[in-house]
Design a protein around this ligand. Sequence first.
Ligand SMILES: Nc1ncnc2c1ncn2[C@@H]1O[C@H](COP(=O)(O)OP(=O)(O)OP(=O)(O)O)[C@@H](O)[C@H]1O
Ligand SMILES: Nc1ncnc2c1ncn2[C@@H]1O[C@H](COP(=O)(O)OP(=O)(O)OP(=O)(O)O)[C@@H](O)[C@H]1O
Ligand SMILES: [Mg+2]
Ligand SMILES: [Mg+2]
Lengths: 459, 459
Amino acid sequence: REKFRGLSPAEFFYKNREIAGFSNPVRALYQTIRELVENALDATETHGILPEIKVNIKPLENDHVFVRVEDNGIGIPPTEIPIVFGRVFYGSKYQLRQTRGVFGLGVKMAVLYAQITTGKPLKVVSTQNKSKYEYEFEIQIDIAHNMPIIKNMAIREKTFPHGTIVELITEGNWTLARRKIESYLERTAMIAPYATIVLEELDSKKEYRRVSKVLPPPPETGKYHPKGADLELVKNMIRRSKKSLTLMKFLMENFDGVGKKTAENFLTWAGFDPETKLSKLTLQDIEILVRKMKEYEKWRRPKPITLSPVGESLLKQGVKRILNPSYVTAVTRPPSSFGGNPFIVEVALAYGGNVPQSDTPTLYRFANRIPLLYDEGADVSRKVISSIDWSIYKVKFPAPLAIVTHICSTKIPFKGVGKEAIAEVPEVEKELEIAIREAARRLRRHLSKLEKLYEVKRR
Amino acid sequence: REKFRGLSPAEFFYKNREIAGFSNPVRALYQTIRELVENALDATETHGILPEIKVNIKPLENDHVFVRVEDNGIGIPPTEIPIVFGRVFYGSKYQLRQTRGVFGLGVKMAVLYAQITTGKPLKVVSTQNKSKYEYEFEIQIDIAHNMPIIKNMAIREKTFPHGTIVELITEGNWTLARRKIESYLERTAMIAPYATIVLEELDSKKEYRRVSKVLPPPPETGKYHPKGADLELVKNMIRRSKKSLTLMKFLMENFDGVGKKTAENFLTWAGFDPETKLSKLTLQDIEILVRKMKEYEKWRRPKPITLSPVGESLLKQGVKRILNPSYVTAVTRPPSSFGGNPFIVEVALAYGGNVPQSDTPTLYRFANRIPLLYDEGADVSRKVISSIDWSIYKVKFPAPLAIVTHICSTKIPFKGVGKEAIAEVPEVEKELEIAIREAARRLRRHLSKLEKLYEVKRR
Ligand SMILES: Nc1ncnc2c1ncn2[C@@H]1O[C@H](COP(=O)(O)OP(=O)(O)OP(=O)(O)O)[C@@H](O)[C@H]1O
Ligand SMILES: Nc1ncnc2c1ncn2[C@@H]1O[C@H](COP(=O)(O)OP(=O)(O)OP(=O)(O)O)[C@@H](O)[C@H]1O
Ligand SMILES: [Mg+2]
Ligand SMILES: [Mg+2]
């Protein structure tokens, strides 16, 4: 009576594409652009390259839209090209390191949506620095098998040093999506003042030339923190380790911030002999070990080497470039963590000048340098800002006040794979409030100074 | 420099379990209960069985919680048991028919979370009506391969006619999750007054005995509507059809509500000869065909046979049972559709009696009879209710006013796989407003009557 079947990951996201942000031609076009641009920025920044990103968007007939994104990133190895574009849950960002990409899904959604609306394949050209050649592929997805279909392929001598060009023709509502897309690119220019971003449309060309040649130090790949351990993780680590390894060495080698002293103290507290060989552990021992790892209060805090905050100087430059305020300040908080995941909150506050007047602070949200434009009502940043009484900081609405919030983490608590709203993790909420209030206090000092000057002038 | 890898679906949701609602021990325990209860209700209602559902929740030491859900549903075929509990993206609800389950993911998340927090396997006993035997399995998930691991298995002569018992031990915060879970079950009793639900805790037992023996007619499996067609769907349908089939017959056999006349009219309008054999179609023909299918305005509206609204009588019974108001009214709207997906909006309004006073209407949201308790701020129902000026309906806040909204569809526009908030689809929003205002008008008539009676009494 019930018909049982399984779906491949591609089938699942084909059937449920609205969950990934591809709910209608307006939203899908926006999501397509951002998936491509986020990949381009990951391919440059994370590897110490000053980003040069060219975006072409050209509406065609029948609600089709031509989209082209070119970057000067590290390029993609030719053997990987078909799979990274043709297989859901495949990518290079499954490591513990701050990147925009995290799911191994984004560009496949763009390929899928184009495929089911226009039937046109993705076209990609990519070359790596070390290679003499550039590789061109036309790719579609075999949805039932979650595998790429290579429609065409070419190898040529390279015509550019390194980078990737992605082209597709997808169904989109350019008229309605346009402002959101332009806003997305403008905000990307805000958070990444070292990036040059060009948007070429049918009738116009907008260029955000970089205002800084300084890149924030890229993040490094790190180890899991013992606070965030779970049974499956630890069992797998033990399975991959030499059976003769001691418990102490096992912890030191596999976890973040665990030195000899820390390992010994923890294991003794947890009731284990630090010299126990892994081979001697029973399943029950492992369960106790993991439970104790989660309970232990004396682990060192997670190292922030896996993170790459923008920093106060670049934040201010980006805000000045886009908002042109009369006053700007930025706060980068020290590293914190939730459940073993390190994170850093950064806030910039802009006041006056060209900042538009509004009844509540205008909020620019970012997570791992990704601009978040939808679902503000469900986002933790909006919640914190709405809970603040701004009058104590001398702000009287309507006011020309804008707040930029940026959360960096190896585990952004996104509410969905479409990456729009961030869940209310208490530690993150607390850090946001501290940072926003610090920026607000500085604003108050500035406004007080202005008041005094104004008083003096008047007499 | 970049390390490329793929994840199995189980690995993906293990790493990103917060996206499915398993973000912390409070939320995870709530989600575990609801995934099991929703499966139990699908296994009964959808098959014309008056549900008997027993839920046992017992906190153990170390934040472990024992969970057991028993139902009198149709049971699971023994060959399917390991896979439905051990493989992500596998289930029996991938058809066009209104069910609570839609993703083929829910119970696997519960199994996964228990596995990584307590190491304990899921235990399931199930028997079907036609079978002499009951089958017991202990199952875990091979996360890397997205396959079940059968830890134990037994076959016995059956001890009950039909149904399923699911047991697991998971990490959970029962103290903090308790009220939400009790609320969830109470609301389930509200929307399903024909169901008997028993909740047995350590120190208490709550029974919602059914107040009706009437089941709403179960939904039937239906066909796709041409309005919602896409290239991939139509290409696959053509691939599976006889090459000699005419375009006209193809549309009539594969799509909802397409009779001979409709097919002929559409194909002629779209520029096709209705007698064209499928084998004669080029890829370009198919692209034009699909585009025209989406554009055509004269398709018959989607048939609601795939839906199963609760109906006004049962809605009122459920509301009376739980809220005990002095006044209740219910509105079941006629079928509507968005993008080819049929849907029905139902609203109940309760006033006075035991309905608590509040500053805004208390909202009870349901989608395919699932109570939605989180993310109300991001939900379309809350948006509609907040946009209504209740004073025109004689409601002065604080007021004892409660609104129940129920959306049934073969495609609920959930914002995430955790099934909490519903996206703002314009057609759904419009239907909600019509239904709520209709109920509000009836309330106004009732309140006017009361006013007049009061006036008469006073003189
Ligand atoms: N422009 C690009 N330059 C270099 N590598 C790229 C580029 N675009 C995609 N890739 C590679 O393809 C992989 C898959 O991209 P995809 O967008 O699907 O997933 P992701 O970026 O890893 O995660 P997310 O789903 O969160 O975006 C990336 O991890 C990266 O290795
Ligand atoms: N109590 C039960 N009685 C009968 N069948 C069940 C029961 N629990 C689970 N199943 C079967 O197992 C399948 C998988 O359940 P699962 O919860 O993972 O997915 P789903 O219910 O189909 O969709 P969703 O992820 O939206 O819940 C179901 O489709 C159903 O066929
Ligand atoms: Mg990506
Ligand atoms: Mg389910």
